[in-house]
Ligand binder design. Structure first.
Ligand code: 4AD
Ligand code: MG
Length: 448
Protein backbone atom coordinates (compact mmCIF):
# COMPACT_ATOMS: atom_id res chain seq x y z
CA UNK A 1 0.00 0.00 0.00
CA UNK A 2 1.14 3.47 -0.79
CA UNK A 3 -0.65 4.93 2.23
CA UNK A 4 -0.68 3.67 5.80
CA UNK A 5 -3.91 3.84 7.79
CA UNK A 6 -4.10 6.10 10.80
CA UNK A 7 -4.23 3.02 13.04
CA UNK A 8 -0.98 1.67 11.57
CA UNK A 9 0.68 5.05 11.85
CA UNK A 10 -0.44 5.37 15.46
CA UNK A 11 1.14 2.07 16.43
CA UNK A 12 4.20 2.88 18.59
CA UNK A 13 5.89 -0.19 17.09
CA UNK A 14 6.23 1.80 13.88
CA UNK A 15 8.21 4.60 15.51
CA UNK A 16 11.25 5.43 13.39
CA UNK A 17 9.61 4.29 10.15
CA UNK A 18 8.57 6.44 7.22
CA UNK A 19 4.88 6.67 6.45
CA UNK A 20 2.54 8.31 3.97
CA UNK A 21 -0.95 9.02 5.15
CA UNK A 22 -4.14 10.52 3.76
CA UNK A 23 -7.14 11.90 5.56
CA UNK A 24 -9.01 14.95 6.82
CA UNK A 25 -7.89 17.58 9.28
CA UNK A 26 -10.11 17.42 12.34
CA UNK A 27 -8.22 19.96 14.47
CA UNK A 28 -5.45 22.51 14.03
CA UNK A 29 -3.26 23.83 16.86
CA UNK A 30 -0.71 26.50 16.05
CA UNK A 31 2.28 26.71 18.41
CA UNK A 32 5.40 28.85 18.33
CA UNK A 33 7.38 26.84 15.80
CA UNK A 34 5.08 24.01 14.83
CA UNK A 35 1.57 23.37 13.68
CA UNK A 36 -0.17 20.31 15.13
CA UNK A 37 -2.95 18.61 13.21
CA UNK A 38 -5.35 15.85 14.23
CA UNK A 39 -5.90 13.78 11.12
CA UNK A 40 -8.59 11.14 10.67
CA UNK A 41 -9.04 8.78 7.75
CA UNK A 42 -12.32 7.26 8.93
CA UNK A 43 -11.02 3.69 9.07
CA UNK A 44 -11.18 3.95 12.86
CA UNK A 45 -12.10 6.51 15.50
CA UNK A 46 -8.40 7.27 16.00
CA UNK A 47 -6.75 10.52 15.07
CA UNK A 48 -3.08 10.81 14.22
CA UNK A 49 -1.17 13.84 15.35
CA UNK A 50 0.77 15.33 12.46
CA UNK A 51 3.49 17.86 13.25
CA UNK A 52 4.57 20.40 10.68
CA UNK A 53 7.14 23.23 10.77
CA UNK A 54 5.20 26.49 10.80
CA UNK A 55 7.13 27.93 7.87
CA UNK A 56 6.31 24.94 5.65
CA UNK A 57 2.56 25.13 6.28
CA UNK A 58 0.64 25.47 2.99
CA UNK A 59 -1.42 28.66 2.88
CA UNK A 60 -4.72 26.82 2.39
CA UNK A 61 -4.21 24.23 5.15
CA UNK A 62 -6.93 24.39 7.79
CA UNK A 63 -9.73 22.63 9.60
CA UNK A 64 -11.75 20.27 7.37
CA UNK A 65 -9.18 20.04 4.50
CA UNK A 66 -8.28 16.72 2.96
CA UNK A 67 -4.53 16.16 2.89
CA UNK A 68 -1.76 13.73 2.20
CA UNK A 69 1.37 13.80 4.33
CA UNK A 70 4.69 12.02 4.35
CA UNK A 71 7.28 11.82 7.06
CA UNK A 72 8.68 9.86 9.97
CA UNK A 73 6.69 8.40 12.82
CA UNK A 74 8.11 9.58 16.15
CA UNK A 75 7.19 9.28 19.77
CA UNK A 76 5.43 12.33 21.20
CA UNK A 77 6.15 13.41 24.81
CA UNK A 78 2.79 11.89 25.83
CA UNK A 79 4.00 8.47 24.67
CA UNK A 80 1.81 8.41 21.57
CA UNK A 81 2.98 8.19 17.99
CA UNK A 82 2.98 11.25 15.80
CA UNK A 83 3.96 11.91 12.22
CA UNK A 84 6.64 14.51 11.58
CA UNK A 85 5.60 15.68 8.17
CA UNK A 86 8.34 16.39 5.67
CA UNK A 87 5.83 16.84 2.86
CA UNK A 88 2.21 17.81 3.17
CA UNK A 89 -0.26 18.58 0.37
CA UNK A 90 -3.73 19.98 0.63
CA UNK A 91 -5.95 17.93 -1.70
CA UNK A 92 -9.22 19.75 -1.08
CA UNK A 93 -9.71 22.98 0.82
CA UNK A 94 -12.61 23.46 3.20
CA UNK A 95 -14.44 26.77 3.00
CA UNK A 96 -15.44 27.44 6.60
CA UNK A 97 -17.80 30.12 5.43
CA UNK A 98 -21.02 28.15 5.31
CA UNK A 99 -19.59 24.85 6.61
CA UNK A 100 -22.05 23.78 9.31
CA UNK A 101 -19.58 22.09 11.68
CA UNK A 102 -17.04 24.56 13.03
CA UNK A 103 -13.94 23.60 15.01
CA UNK A 104 -14.20 23.13 18.78
CA UNK A 105 -17.98 23.40 18.80
CA UNK A 106 -20.52 20.86 20.03
CA UNK A 107 -23.79 20.52 18.14
CA UNK A 108 -27.15 18.98 18.99
CA UNK A 109 -28.21 15.93 16.97
CA UNK A 110 -31.27 17.79 15.67
CA UNK A 111 -28.93 20.35 14.12
CA UNK A 112 -26.44 17.83 12.74
CA UNK A 113 -29.28 15.83 11.15
CA UNK A 114 -30.12 18.77 8.90
CA UNK A 115 -26.84 18.10 7.05
CA UNK A 116 -27.10 14.43 6.15
CA UNK A 117 -24.55 14.91 3.35
CA UNK A 118 -21.92 16.19 5.80
CA UNK A 119 -22.93 14.23 8.91
CA UNK A 120 -20.52 11.27 8.44
CA UNK A 121 -17.63 13.71 9.08
CA UNK A 122 -18.68 14.23 12.66
CA UNK A 123 -16.70 11.99 14.95
CA UNK A 124 -19.71 10.43 16.64
CA UNK A 125 -21.54 9.62 13.43
CA UNK A 126 -18.50 8.04 11.82
CA UNK A 127 -18.33 5.77 14.88
CA UNK A 128 -22.00 4.88 14.41
CA UNK A 129 -21.36 3.94 10.78
CA UNK A 130 -18.46 1.68 11.75
CA UNK A 131 -20.55 0.11 14.52
CA UNK A 132 -23.31 -0.65 12.01
CA UNK A 133 -20.69 -2.54 10.03
CA UNK A 134 -19.28 -4.30 13.10
CA UNK A 135 -22.76 -5.33 14.27
CA UNK A 136 -23.73 -6.56 10.78
CA UNK A 137 -20.69 -8.81 10.75
CA UNK A 138 -21.43 -10.07 14.28
CA UNK A 139 -24.96 -10.98 13.19
CA UNK A 140 -23.73 -12.83 10.09
CA UNK A 141 -21.10 -14.71 12.10
CA UNK A 142 -23.59 -15.67 14.82
CA UNK A 143 -25.95 -17.21 12.30
CA UNK A 144 -23.14 -18.95 10.45
CA UNK A 145 -21.93 -20.50 13.71
CA UNK A 146 -25.44 -21.72 14.51
CA UNK A 147 -26.17 -23.39 11.17
CA UNK A 148 -28.47 -20.74 9.72
CA UNK A 149 -28.57 -20.10 5.97
CA UNK A 150 -28.86 -16.50 4.81
CA UNK A 151 -31.84 -16.02 2.48
CA UNK A 152 -32.21 -13.01 0.23
CA UNK A 153 -35.92 -12.39 0.68
CA UNK A 154 -37.53 -10.06 -1.89
CA UNK A 155 -38.10 -6.34 -1.48
CA UNK A 156 -41.03 -6.34 -3.92
CA UNK A 157 -43.88 -8.51 -2.76
CA UNK A 158 -47.62 -8.89 -3.21
CA UNK A 159 -48.32 -9.68 0.44
CA UNK A 160 -48.62 -7.55 3.55
CA UNK A 161 -47.01 -9.96 6.01
CA UNK A 162 -48.00 -8.11 9.17
CA UNK A 163 -51.51 -7.43 7.86
CA UNK A 164 -51.45 -3.93 9.30
CA UNK A 165 -52.00 -2.15 5.97
CA UNK A 166 -48.77 -0.19 6.43
CA UNK A 167 -47.43 -0.95 2.96
CA UNK A 168 -45.93 1.29 0.31
CA UNK A 169 -47.44 0.63 -3.12
CA UNK A 170 -45.04 0.21 -6.06
CA UNK A 171 -45.88 0.80 -9.71
CA UNK A 172 -44.02 2.07 -12.78
CA UNK A 173 -43.65 5.81 -12.90
CA UNK A 174 -44.10 5.69 -16.66
CA UNK A 175 -47.73 6.28 -17.70
CA UNK A 176 -46.87 4.81 -21.11
CA UNK A 177 -45.54 1.60 -19.66
CA UNK A 178 -48.58 1.27 -17.43
CA UNK A 179 -50.86 1.74 -20.45
CA UNK A 180 -48.93 -0.91 -22.36
CA UNK A 181 -49.25 -3.30 -19.41
CA UNK A 182 -53.01 -2.75 -19.28
CA UNK A 183 -53.53 -3.83 -22.88
CA UNK A 184 -54.21 -7.37 -21.67
CA UNK A 185 -57.37 -6.14 -19.96
CA UNK A 186 -56.06 -5.38 -16.44
CA UNK A 187 -58.37 -2.75 -14.98
CA UNK A 188 -56.37 -1.70 -11.95
CA UNK A 189 -53.53 0.60 -12.92
CA UNK A 190 -51.73 -0.15 -9.67
CA UNK A 191 -51.74 -3.86 -10.58
CA UNK A 192 -50.92 -3.46 -14.27
CA UNK A 193 -47.23 -4.31 -14.13
CA UNK A 194 -47.27 -7.52 -12.05
CA UNK A 195 -50.97 -8.44 -12.55
CA UNK A 196 -51.28 -7.91 -8.84
CA UNK A 197 -50.53 -4.94 -6.62
CA UNK A 198 -46.94 -4.91 -5.44
CA UNK A 199 -45.61 -3.44 -2.23
CA UNK A 200 -42.29 -2.79 -0.61
CA UNK A 201 -41.89 -5.58 1.91
CA UNK A 202 -42.77 -4.98 5.57
CA UNK A 203 -41.12 -8.28 6.57
CA UNK A 204 -39.54 -11.26 4.84
CA UNK A 205 -40.98 -13.72 7.32
CA UNK A 206 -43.41 -15.52 5.01
CA UNK A 207 -40.63 -16.10 2.49
CA UNK A 208 -38.36 -17.31 5.28
CA UNK A 209 -41.04 -19.78 6.32
CA UNK A 210 -40.95 -21.22 2.79
CA UNK A 211 -37.20 -21.75 3.05
CA UNK A 212 -37.17 -22.96 6.66
CA UNK A 213 -39.30 -25.89 5.56
CA UNK A 214 -36.41 -27.10 3.43
CA UNK A 215 -33.26 -25.68 5.01
CA UNK A 216 -34.28 -25.91 8.70
CA UNK A 217 -32.70 -22.72 10.00
CA UNK A 218 -32.74 -19.56 7.91
CA UNK A 219 -32.38 -15.82 8.37
CA UNK A 220 -32.42 -12.58 6.45
CA UNK A 221 -30.97 -9.13 7.04
CA UNK A 222 -32.84 -6.80 4.71
CA UNK A 223 -34.51 -3.44 4.47
CA UNK A 224 -38.15 -3.37 5.55
CA UNK A 225 -40.56 -0.56 4.76
CA UNK A 226 -43.52 0.68 6.76
CA UNK A 227 -45.87 3.45 5.74
CA UNK A 228 -46.62 4.55 9.29
CA UNK A 229 -47.58 8.10 10.05
CA UNK A 230 -45.03 8.35 12.80
CA UNK A 231 -42.14 10.71 13.33
CA UNK A 232 -41.36 9.14 16.70
CA UNK A 233 -37.81 8.57 17.93
CA UNK A 234 -38.14 4.82 17.30
CA UNK A 235 -39.87 4.67 13.91
CA UNK A 236 -38.44 4.84 10.40
CA UNK A 237 -40.21 4.38 7.08
CA UNK A 238 -37.25 2.28 5.91
CA UNK A 239 -35.28 0.23 8.42
CA UNK A 240 -33.18 -2.92 8.47
CA UNK A 241 -34.60 -6.02 10.05
CA UNK A 242 -32.91 -9.26 11.03
CA UNK A 243 -35.32 -12.16 10.95
CA UNK A 244 -34.71 -15.78 11.89
CA UNK A 245 -36.99 -18.74 11.22
CA UNK A 246 -36.39 -22.19 12.68
CA UNK A 247 -38.05 -25.44 11.71
CA UNK A 248 -38.80 -28.01 14.44
CA UNK A 249 -39.09 -25.27 17.05
CA UNK A 250 -42.56 -25.64 18.50
CA UNK A 251 -42.65 -23.79 21.82
CA UNK A 252 -42.23 -20.27 23.13
CA UNK A 253 -39.65 -21.49 25.64
CA UNK A 254 -37.37 -22.77 22.86
CA UNK A 255 -37.91 -19.59 20.87
CA UNK A 256 -37.06 -17.49 23.93
CA UNK A 257 -33.77 -19.40 24.36
CA UNK A 258 -32.82 -18.83 20.73
CA UNK A 259 -33.74 -15.16 20.84
CA UNK A 260 -31.89 -14.47 24.08
CA UNK A 261 -28.80 -16.33 22.90
CA UNK A 262 -28.82 -14.36 19.65
CA UNK A 263 -28.98 -10.87 21.13
CA UNK A 264 -26.52 -11.61 23.95
CA UNK A 265 -23.91 -13.28 21.74
CA UNK A 266 -24.10 -10.59 19.07
CA UNK A 267 -23.78 -7.88 21.71
CA UNK A 268 -20.72 -9.48 23.32
CA UNK A 269 -19.06 -9.54 19.91
CA UNK A 270 -19.98 -5.93 19.16
CA UNK A 271 -18.55 -4.81 22.51
CA UNK A 272 -15.32 -6.65 21.76
CA UNK A 273 -14.90 -5.52 18.16
CA UNK A 274 -16.35 -2.04 18.62
CA UNK A 275 -14.54 -0.99 21.81
CA UNK A 276 -12.96 2.20 20.57
CA UNK A 277 -16.03 3.44 18.70
CA UNK A 278 -18.28 2.67 21.68
CA UNK A 279 -15.86 4.59 23.88
CA UNK A 280 -15.91 7.53 21.47
CA UNK A 281 -19.69 7.60 21.72
CA UNK A 282 -19.67 7.24 25.50
CA UNK A 283 -22.07 4.33 25.01
CA UNK A 284 -23.49 2.78 28.18
CA UNK A 285 -22.13 -0.70 28.95
CA UNK A 286 -25.12 -3.10 28.89
CA UNK A 287 -25.65 -4.51 32.39
CA UNK A 288 -27.74 -7.42 31.14
CA UNK A 289 -25.25 -9.62 29.32
CA UNK A 290 -24.90 -12.12 32.15
CA UNK A 291 -28.43 -11.87 33.55
CA UNK A 292 -31.45 -13.94 32.59
CA UNK A 293 -34.05 -11.91 30.74
CA UNK A 294 -37.45 -11.73 32.42
CA UNK A 295 -40.49 -13.57 31.08
CA UNK A 296 -44.00 -12.38 31.89
CA UNK A 297 -47.33 -12.92 30.20
CA UNK A 298 -49.33 -10.10 28.69
CA UNK A 299 -51.85 -10.51 31.53
CA UNK A 300 -49.10 -10.24 34.14
CA UNK A 301 -47.76 -7.14 32.40
CA UNK A 302 -51.18 -5.50 32.63
CA UNK A 303 -51.33 -6.46 36.31
CA UNK A 304 -48.03 -4.70 37.02
CA UNK A 305 -49.13 -1.62 35.08
CA UNK A 306 -52.49 -1.54 36.91
CA UNK A 307 -50.71 -1.61 40.26
CA UNK A 308 -48.57 1.40 39.22
CA UNK A 309 -51.27 3.33 37.42
CA UNK A 310 -50.47 6.49 39.39
CA UNK A 311 -47.01 6.62 37.78
CA UNK A 312 -48.37 6.34 34.22
CA UNK A 313 -49.93 8.94 31.97
CA UNK A 314 -51.27 6.72 29.16
CA UNK A 315 -54.39 4.68 30.08
CA UNK A 316 -54.05 0.88 30.18
CA UNK A 317 -56.42 -0.83 27.76
CA UNK A 318 -57.02 -4.55 28.21
CA UNK A 319 -56.79 -6.53 24.99
CA UNK A 320 -54.83 -3.80 23.21
CA UNK A 321 -51.20 -3.13 22.48
CA UNK A 322 -48.96 -1.66 25.17
CA UNK A 323 -48.10 2.02 24.86
CA UNK A 324 -44.41 2.96 24.61
CA UNK A 325 -44.63 4.41 28.11
CA UNK A 326 -45.91 1.07 29.40
CA UNK A 327 -43.12 -0.86 27.70
CA UNK A 328 -40.45 1.39 29.18
CA UNK A 329 -42.09 1.24 32.60
CA UNK A 330 -41.98 -2.56 32.53
CA UNK A 331 -38.27 -2.50 31.65
CA UNK A 332 -37.54 -0.11 34.48
CA UNK A 333 -39.65 -2.21 36.83
CA UNK A 334 -37.43 -5.11 35.78
CA UNK A 335 -34.35 -3.10 36.81
CA UNK A 336 -33.32 -2.26 33.28
CA UNK A 337 -32.88 -5.89 32.21
CA UNK A 338 -34.73 -6.76 29.00
CA UNK A 339 -37.84 -8.88 29.43
CA UNK A 340 -40.10 -10.96 27.24
CA UNK A 341 -43.82 -10.30 27.26
CA UNK A 342 -45.53 -13.46 25.98
CA UNK A 343 -49.00 -14.82 25.19
CA UNK A 344 -50.65 -11.82 23.57
CA UNK A 345 -54.32 -11.33 22.72
CA UNK A 346 -54.77 -12.71 19.21
CA UNK A 347 -56.60 -9.58 17.99
CA UNK A 348 -53.50 -7.37 18.32
CA UNK A 349 -51.17 -9.80 16.52
CA UNK A 350 -50.89 -10.94 12.88
CA UNK A 351 -52.76 -13.95 11.45
CA UNK A 352 -49.80 -16.33 11.35
CA UNK A 353 -49.26 -16.72 15.09
CA UNK A 354 -50.12 -20.01 16.81
CA UNK A 355 -53.10 -20.15 19.10
CA UNK A 356 -52.22 -20.91 22.74
CA UNK A 357 -53.34 -24.42 23.65
CA UNK A 358 -54.67 -23.32 27.06
CA UNK A 359 -56.43 -20.12 25.90
CA UNK A 360 -57.82 -19.67 22.39
CA UNK A 361 -57.96 -15.89 22.83
CA UNK A 362 -54.17 -15.72 23.08
CA UNK A 363 -51.31 -16.46 20.69
CA UNK A 364 -47.82 -17.84 21.27
CA UNK A 365 -46.15 -14.49 20.66
CA UNK A 366 -43.26 -12.71 22.28
CA UNK A 367 -42.13 -9.12 22.37
CA UNK A 368 -38.71 -8.44 23.85
CA UNK A 369 -38.68 -5.11 25.68
CA UNK A 370 -35.39 -3.32 26.32
CA UNK A 371 -34.15 -0.02 27.72
CA UNK A 372 -34.15 3.05 25.40
CA UNK A 373 -36.50 1.66 22.74
CA UNK A 374 -39.02 -0.59 24.50
CA UNK A 375 -39.92 -3.28 21.93
CA UNK A 376 -36.79 -4.44 20.13
CA UNK A 377 -37.81 -7.92 18.94
CA UNK A 378 -41.14 -9.41 17.91
CA UNK A 379 -41.62 -13.12 17.31
CA UNK A 380 -43.89 -16.11 17.61
CA UNK A 381 -44.49 -19.78 17.12
CA UNK A 382 -46.30 -20.03 13.78
CA UNK A 383 -49.74 -21.57 13.42
CA UNK A 384 -49.08 -25.02 11.98
CA UNK A 385 -52.67 -26.26 11.84
CA UNK A 386 -53.99 -25.94 8.28
CA UNK A 387 -57.59 -25.35 9.34
CA UNK A 388 -56.84 -22.83 12.09
CA UNK A 389 -54.58 -20.90 9.79
CA UNK A 390 -57.16 -20.95 7.01
CA UNK A 391 -59.73 -19.38 9.30
CA UNK A 392 -57.33 -16.67 10.46
CA UNK A 393 -56.04 -15.50 7.05
CA UNK A 394 -57.80 -12.20 6.39
CA UNK A 395 -60.30 -12.04 3.52
CA UNK A 396 -58.80 -11.19 0.14
CA UNK A 397 -55.20 -12.21 0.87
CA UNK A 398 -53.97 -14.61 -1.75
CA UNK A 399 -52.01 -16.87 0.54
CA UNK A 400 -52.82 -20.34 -0.78
CA UNK A 401 -49.12 -20.95 -1.19
CA UNK A 402 -48.64 -20.15 2.49
CA UNK A 403 -51.34 -22.63 3.46
CA UNK A 404 -49.72 -25.18 1.16
CA UNK A 405 -46.64 -25.15 3.39
CA UNK A 406 -48.78 -26.84 6.06
CA UNK A 407 -49.79 -29.59 3.65
CA UNK A 408 -46.53 -31.05 2.44
CA UNK A 409 -44.04 -32.29 5.01
CA UNK A 410 -45.28 -29.75 7.51
CA UNK A 411 -43.27 -28.98 10.64
CA UNK A 412 -43.70 -26.43 13.38
CA UNK A 413 -41.60 -23.32 12.91
CA UNK A 414 -40.94 -20.30 15.07
CA UNK A 415 -39.02 -17.12 14.51
CA UNK A 416 -38.31 -13.57 15.46
CA UNK A 417 -37.47 -10.22 13.91
CA UNK A 418 -35.21 -7.57 15.38
CA UNK A 419 -35.10 -3.98 14.20
CA UNK A 420 -31.43 -3.32 13.49
CA UNK A 421 -31.64 0.44 14.13
CA UNK A 422 -33.43 -0.03 17.44
CA UNK A 423 -30.72 -2.48 18.40
CA UNK A 424 -28.05 0.10 17.55
CA UNK A 425 -29.91 2.72 19.60
CA UNK A 426 -29.62 0.46 22.63
CA UNK A 427 -25.98 -0.49 22.04
CA UNK A 428 -24.84 3.04 21.21
CA UNK A 429 -27.13 4.79 23.71
CA UNK A 430 -28.73 6.94 21.00
CA UNK A 431 -32.21 8.30 21.84
CA UNK A 432 -33.34 9.01 18.26
CA UNK A 433 -33.45 6.25 15.64
CA UNK A 434 -32.70 8.79 12.89
CA UNK A 435 -29.20 9.11 14.32
CA UNK A 436 -28.13 5.49 13.76
CA UNK A 437 -28.87 5.16 10.02
CA UNK A 438 -26.96 7.09 7.34
CA UNK A 439 -29.95 8.29 5.35
CA UNK A 440 -33.11 8.12 7.49
CA UNK A 441 -36.55 8.11 5.89
CA UNK A 442 -39.59 9.30 7.81
CA UNK A 443 -42.75 11.20 6.82
CA UNK A 444 -41.90 14.31 4.76
CA UNK A 445 -38.21 13.34 4.73
CA UNK A 446 -36.74 11.54 1.74
CA UNK A 447 -34.71 14.23 0.03
CA UNK A 448 -31.23 12.78 0.41
O1 4AD B 1 -42.78 -6.73 15.53
P1 4AD B 1 -42.59 -6.70 14.03
O2 4AD B 1 -43.62 -6.00 13.24
O3 4AD B 1 -42.47 -8.22 13.61
C1 4AD B 1 -42.35 -8.69 12.33
O4 4AD B 1 -42.24 -8.02 11.34
C2 4AD B 1 -42.27 -10.19 12.27
N1 4AD B 1 -42.58 -10.62 10.89
C3 4AD B 1 -40.90 -10.65 12.69
C4 4AD B 1 -40.73 -12.14 12.65
O5 4AD B 1 -41.27 -12.82 13.49
N2 4AD B 1 -40.01 -12.66 11.67
O6 4AD B 1 -41.17 -6.06 13.69
C5 4AD B 1 -40.00 -6.60 14.23
C6 4AD B 1 -39.11 -5.51 14.79
C7 4AD B 1 -39.73 -4.69 15.91
O7 4AD B 1 -39.65 -5.35 17.15
C8 4AD B 1 -38.89 -3.43 15.86
O8 4AD B 1 -37.65 -3.62 16.52
C9 4AD B 1 -38.62 -3.28 14.38
O9 4AD B 1 -38.82 -4.55 13.79
N3 4AD B 1 -39.52 -2.29 13.76
C10 4AD B 1 -39.15 -1.06 13.39
N4 4AD B 1 -37.97 -0.42 13.48
C11 4AD B 1 -37.91 0.84 13.01
N5 4AD B 1 -38.94 1.49 12.44
C12 4AD B 1 -40.15 0.89 12.32
N6 4AD B 1 -41.15 1.55 11.75
C13 4AD B 1 -40.28 -0.43 12.81
N7 4AD B 1 -41.30 -1.32 12.85
C14 4AD B 1 -40.81 -2.44 13.43
MG1 MG C 1 -43.99 -5.93 16.97
Amino acid sequence: HKYATIVESNNPENVGKKASIQGWVRAVRKMKENVFLDVSDGTSSEHLQVVLKKDSKPESLGYGCSITAEGEISLAPNGRAELHAEKLSVIGECDLDGYPFLPRKQYEQDYIRQYLHLRPRTRAFSSILRLRDIASRAVGDYFKDHNFVNIHTPILTSNDCEGAGEVFLVQPNSKELNKEMMKDGTKDEAAAYFDTKAFLTVSGQLHLEVCARALSRVYNFCPAFRAENSKSRIHLSEFYMIEAEMAFVSSLSELIKETESFIKSVTKRVIEDGQSDLRTLGAPEPNWLDKDFGIITYNEALGILERHKDQLTVPIKHGENLAKEHELFLVEYHEGTPLFVIEWPSQVKPFYMKECSHDASKVEALDLLAPVTGEIIGGSVREDSYSKLESRIPEGLNLNWYLDLRKYGNVPTAGFGMGFERYLQIICGVPNIKDVIPFPRWPHNCSL
